[in-house]
Design a protein around this ligand. Structure first.
Ligand SMILES: Cc1cc2nc3c(=O)[nH]c(=O)nc-3n(C[C@H](O)[C@H](O)[C@H](O)COP(=O)(O)OP(=O)(O)OC[C@H]3O[C@@H](n4cnc5c(N)ncnc54)[C@H](O)[C@@H]3O)c2cc1C
Length: 438
């Protein structure tokens, strides 16, 4: 299909955010009688799901210490639950197990979930957590875990299938999705209004608004708009941290073991919740060798062909070549040993699973903002940016909120993620988690 020369709404990026925005925008326009999906074009330099959305582990959870993240995530889970078949969503729940240092955070998170009506339970104390986990998995053997947040909503979705499900919904609303169209430049008028995008397939005039949903390529678009690569950040105490990099990269380490997926089931044969275990118990390999005696963590879920998951990401020093994505992944050579030892530490059914580890298409680079939380905001008068700081496969509902903003409504869920927070000090609280995304 040839690229149009103009479109009322141009969305860049056919990942979870670009497609969700396009679909919900089309619906908004149709139901308001102010237009339709024919007014929306989505451009992707590759194809739907070619970015982070197509490689994500697919975990959908609400375990966020920050009130604004938790409330937004609840809205996102609502979207996942609205059509599990199309989104290939598995509502199996999610369990976060923590060390003593995480108790205050997980307790606060649970309290908030109670307040907002997100279904979860909190189990505190080593014997209590052990009993809860053994009731689900009789071979549970992780020692000294002091707290467990069991979310009865959430779970995971199959990454590529859900992207294609969203693409199908876009097409059913007459949205045009164009693959192989790379945006190389954004034309800005003197007033900062974006008038057109220049692509490898020609110039496309922007009738009204441009939406950027570029995932890990956020920094490139930030540059195209002439926005600052370093910023000053006012902290809630009033101090100002000067010249902080707006964008950093982390390498998400993930892998899988090729085992019978049905062997990872609950005691009653049901599908297992996604599990995230953080602990300060010493981690030993199956050969008894110490891997670490510092706080470590892994997450894992049942996948189609085995068990898939990851561990703490690695900071990338400086810039990184993102293309071809995600073959740029460069995991720590010790990752497979550590992750498989973690599985075996958790459940005896995984003892010896290192032999079943395989180098699958897993892991990839994520782009993070200066405070590791998303920026959802207008960055030019008619340019809305969805820059999720790698939080966002689960954030399928952000597009629904952005669509409302594009047609002139306010979104109280997106408001805490405005770019202005760095200047005003209206930052999100920071948790004790070793991960940059909690
Ligand atoms: C290994 C890994 C595991 C993850 N696991 C999870 C998880 O379990 N749960 C979770 O919630 N999040 C997870 N994330 C984060 C999540 O995947 C991302 O936050 C989310 O997918 C970003 O979606 P997006 O739509 O913004 O970007 P993407 O899905 O990356 O889409 C951006 C699109 O923009 C296109 N593009 C880029 N530049 C241009 C250009 N110049 N012109 C046109 N098109 C362009 C790309 O081809 C791409 O298709 C994970 C991330 C990684 C890397």
């Amino acid at each position: 299909m040839s690229a149009p020369t103009a479109s009322r709404y141009v969305v860049v990026g056919a990942g979870i955010h670009g497609l969700s925005t396009a679909y919900h925008l089309a619906k908004e326009l149709r139901t308001r009688g102010t237009g339709s999906g024919a007014d929306v074009v989505v451009l992707d330099k590759s194809s739907p799901g070619a970015g982070a959305s197509g490689i994500a582990c697919g975990v959908v959870r609400n375990n966020y210490f920050q009130p604004a993240m938790s409330e937004l995530m609840q809205a996102c889970v609502e979207v996942w639950e609205s059509d599990p078949a199309a989104y290939h969503y598995n509502p199996v729940g999610y369990i976060a197990l923590g060390a003593a240092v995480q108790e205050p955070d997980l307790t606060a998170t649970y309290d908030r979930q109670e307040q907002i009506g997100y279904r979860s339970e909190l189990i505190v104390g080593v014997p209590q957590v052990d009993a809860h986990m053994k009731s689900l998995f009789p071979d549970w053997r992780a020692q000294d875990v002091t707290i467990c947040l069991h979310e009865h909503q959430g779970g995971f979705a199959f990454n590529m299938d859900s992207v294609l499900g969203l693409a199908g919904k876009c097409e059913s609303e007459n949205v045009t999705i164009l693959s192989g169209v790379e945006v190389e430049e954004i034309e800005l008028g003197g007033d900062g209004v974006a008038t057109a995008v220049r692509t490898n397939r020609g110039r496309i005039e922007i009738g009204e608004q441009l939406v950027l949903a570029p995932g890990p390529w956020a920094k490139q678009f930030w540059g195209m708009l002439g926005l600052p690569q370093t910023i000053d950040i006012r902290t809630p105490t009033g101090d100002v941290a000067r010249d902080q990099p707006m964008w950093t990269y982390w390498n998400l380490q993930e892998g899988e073991i090729a085992v019978d997926p049905q062997a990872f089931a609950t005691a009653n044969g049901g599908p297992p919740p996604v599990i995230h275990l953080d602990t300060d118990a010493p981690l030993l390999g199956d050969d008894g060798k110490l891997i670490t005696d510092e706080l470590w963590g892994i997450y894992f879920k049942r996948d189609r062909h085995g068990v898939q998951g990851g561990a703490s990401p690695l900071v990338v020093d400086g810039d990184v070549a993102l293309d071809p994505y995600p073959q740029t992944t460069n995991v720590d050579s010790g990752f497979a040993d550590m992750w498989c030892a973690g599985l075996s530490h958790a459940m005896s059914r995984f003892e010896g699973c290192r032999a079943a580890y395989r180098d699958a298409r897993s892991g990839g680079i994520g782009a993070f903002t200066a405070d590791n939380f998303p920026v959802f905001d207008y960055v030019k008068p008619n340019v809305y940016a969805i820059l999720d700081s790698n939080h966002g496969y689960k954030m399928i509902g952000v597009g629904r909120e952005v669509a409302k903003v594009l047609v002139g409504e306010h979104s109280s869920l997106l408001y805490p993620f405005r770019f202005e927070r760095f200047a005003t000090g209206d930052l999100h609280p920071v948790s004790q988690s070793p991960y940059p995304w909690s």
